[in-house]
Design a binder for this molecule. Structure first.
Ligand SMILES: CC(=O)N[C@H]1[C@@H](OP(=O)(O)OP(=O)(O)OC[C@H]2O[C@@H](n3ccc(=O)[nH]c3=O)[C@H](O)[C@@H]2O)O[C@H](CO)[C@@H](O)[C@@H]1O
Ligand SMILES: C=C(OP(=O)(O)O)C(=O)O
Length: 433
């Protein structure tokens, strides 16, 4: 069993480079399947989700190589199969992008259901509805589904809810469909814009990405080309919150500050100093953290993926904070773990009530998903004694440099390995807690 050990080390100080966005990378890698020539992607992080994409690539004949300079070169001309193994599809969330991309190119895809962070029901009905609107038939089986269309036709698609996943997947399918597709109530996330930017660079005709109405004129083929993925706004936000845990000063470099607007506004509201440059942001403690009210929303609202690390920060604020997650109303698996560390947090329906200011103490805790892991890591920075976090694989889905990055800021963090469970205490899984 591996676990991350966090020991009290005082305030964090220093600067850290932010890697490419996980969520954008996973869309770009699938988008490259649509091209008819070589695609080079810069800045794709070496996270576990990308390793699963490499294994899928091997199965379907998508040539994928990481070069010495870190770029990933993809050659989609040799793809011979549009069957995605259910086990690999279930190993991460964004496997669903292979459905849109391969459907557009091959007319039929067989693919397992998506996995990813398991914090609530995560339907794909809007992806399915979009494929059907474009003329595809979708058939569900026990652990896979088949999407098939003799000819994909452009269509008007009105999303019932704002979803970044279904917006991107519809763009992937529509860019090689016959005729015009209009997406209404589309997500405006930077990852949607990044995917459209790559596709347009390859010759797609996508207009309006970044607004809630996207128009796509289908084209018969796409060229090769190069693209650099956007920085990971969620990892950047997490480091800025970490600065507030013990009143330190952290600079995140290689970021797009505009992507963090709602996060920065909230950090200022709780009393952090924030200075944004052209491609860097510094957060620093100015004294006590203030309690606040958070309601997550789709971009440009406060991101659900930053809700958990923010909850860790709010355990340090004197007074009562209220955190509501409207995007994923059950995304509170981190709360029982925070309570083990002495935090006073109660969840009712889609809301966590945090009575901040109680001292945290180090404990064995379990990360159930990527952001729960970051939340516990931040809590560990402020806790008295040693915090040990199991579920390391979840953190590694999202960030490949957790230990070194936090250490470079002065955190006392180590990756540990233990052959047996800690004495008398089940360390793995929620049930033991
Ligand atoms: C790989 C990836 O990019 N993951 C991100 C993506 O997940 P994911 O693509 O799963 O999330 P979506 O943006 O699609 O979901 C947004 C909302 O729409 C709902 N919905 C979504 C699709 C659908 O077919 N039907 C439906 O009802 C979801 O339940 C949720 O309430 O966006 C989430 C919301 O910003 C982030 O937390 C995830 O990090
Ligand atoms: C929810 C997340 O990831 P995924 O959608 O890949 O499960 C996340 O990154 O916080």
């Amino acid at each position: 069993m591996r676990y991350i050990q966090v020991e009290t080390a005082g305030a964090l100080h220093g600067s850290v480079r932010i890697p490419g966005s996980k969520n954008s990378s996973l869309a770009l890698l699938a988008a490259a399947c649509l091209a008819d020539d070589v695609v080079t992607l810069e800045g794709i992080p070496a996270i576990d989700d990308v390793k699963v994409v490499s294994r899928i690539a091997q199965d379907i004949g998508l040539e994928l190589h990481r070069m010495e300079n870190g770029n990933i070169v993809l050659d989609p001309r040799w793809i011979h199969s549009a069957v995605i193994d259910p086990g690999k599809a279930a190993a991460y969330r964004a496997s669903y992008y292979f459905a849109g991309a391969l459907l557009a190119k091959f007319g039929r895809v067989t693919i397992g259901f998506p996995g990813g962070d398991d914090f609530s029901s995560r339907p794909i009905d809007q992806h399915v509805k979009a494929f059907q609107a474009m003329g595809a038939k979708v058939e569900f089986h026990e652990d896979y589904y088949v999407v098939e269309a003799a000819e994909l036709r452009g269509s008007d698609i009105y999303f019932d809810t704002i979803t970044s996943g279904a917006t991107i997947n519809s763009m992937l399918a529509a860019c090689r469909a016959k005729g015009r597709t209009n997406l209404y109530n589309a997500a405006v996330d930077p990852e949607v814009v990044d995917t459209a930017t790559l596709l347009n660079r390859l010759g797609a005709r996508i207009y309006g990405a970044g607004t809630d109405r996207i128009r796509i004129e289908g084209v018969p083929y796409l060229n090769g080309g190069d693209h650099a993925v956007i920085p990971d706004r969620l990892i950047a936000g997490t480091f800025l919150m970490a600065a507030g845990m013990n009143g330190g000063q952290v600079t995140v470099q290689d970021v797009i500050p505009e992507h963090l607007g709602s996060c920065l506004a909230k950090l200022k509201e709780v009393g952090l100093g924030i200075e944004a440059g052209e491609s860097s942001i510094t957060a620093y403690g100015l004294g006590a953290i203030k309690a606040t009210r958070i309601r997550t929303a789709m971009y440009p609202g406060f991101a659900t993926d930053l809700q958990q690390p923010m909850t860790a920060l709010l355990t340090q604020a004197k007074g009562k904070s209220i955190v509501t997650d409207r995007v994923f109303p059950n995304r509170f698996n981190h709360v029982p773990q925070l309570r083990r560390m002495g935090a006073d947090v109660e969840v009712r329906k889609e809301t966590a009530f945090i009575r901040g200011g109680r001292p945290l103490v180090g404990e064995w805790v379990h990360a159930t998903d990527v952001r729960a892991g970051f939340c516990l890591l931040l809590a560990g920075l402020a806790a008295e004694g040693v915090t040990r976090i199991t579920g390391v694989e979840h953190l590694e889905r999202g960030f490949d440099d957790v230990i070194e990055s936090f250490r470079s800021l002065g955190a006392n963090l180590s990756m540990m390995k233990q052959e047996t469970e800690p004495n008398g205490r089940p360390a793995i899984g929620m049930n033991g807690f």
